[in-house]
Design a protein around this ligand. Structure first.
Ligand code: S3P
Length: 172
């Protein structure tokens, strides 16, 4: 079994992914961390030194290499939206889209200003518009996931139950 979590920055892919992995007895892998390990640098520095196109190439390579079994993989916010990554993700596993409103995303990403290279240069007063625009572009891809979970989740056990019952249906 291989589960991919996709969704915009700040929706909680890593936090929920770790908890989900623990609850269903899987390993957890954070794709951004794998990229940083492989490149021996931070994502921020990669964007800075080589630009986004280079980052997207490495991201795709690492996605292809990250194929262990019984794993929950949290992807980066842009991962499914480049090359045929979403198709690859859906071929290789079960894909969950963590869907949040722009206002909630804004609230969450504002906790760590400067953390995300994609948001550099966006003025605070334009941030909501930026999120709305980028999210509506990306939503087309995210929505191809096998399961959509609305964030914030009612409860964590609700999330686990929805995932397990959906997986059971597909395996039946
Ligand atoms: C990105 C999201 C980031 C990271 C990179 C690009 C994006 O991951 O992959 O900064 O394009 O949305 P998170 O969604 O984990 O912040």
């Amino acid at each position: 079994m291989r589960i991919y979590l996709v969704g915009f920055m700040g929706v909680g892919k890593t936090t929920l992914g770790k908890k989900l992995a623990k609850a269903i007895g899987c390993k957890f892998i954070d794709l951004d961390k794998e990229i940083e390990k492989r490149e021996q640098t931070t994502i921020d520095e990669m964007f800075e030194a080589y630009g986004e196109d280079y980052f997207r190439i490495v991201e795709r390579e690492v996605l292809e290499l990250t194929l262990s079994e019984n794993v929950v993989i949290s992807t980066g916010g842009g991962t499914p939206c480049y090359y045929n990554n979403m198709e690859f993700i859906k071929q290789q596993g079960f894909c969950i889209y963590l869907k949040a409103d722009p206002a909630l995303i804004l609230q969450r990403i504002s906790r760590y200003p400067g953390k995300r290279p994609i948001l550099k240069g966006v003025k605070p007063e334009s941030m909501l518009d930026f999120i709305q625009e980028k999210l509506s572009e990306r939503e087309v891809v995210y929505s191809r996931a096998d399961l959509v979970i609305k964030i914030p989740v009612k409860s964590f056990s609700f999330l686990v139950k929805s995932v397990v019952s959906e997986l059971d249906k597909r395996l039946a």
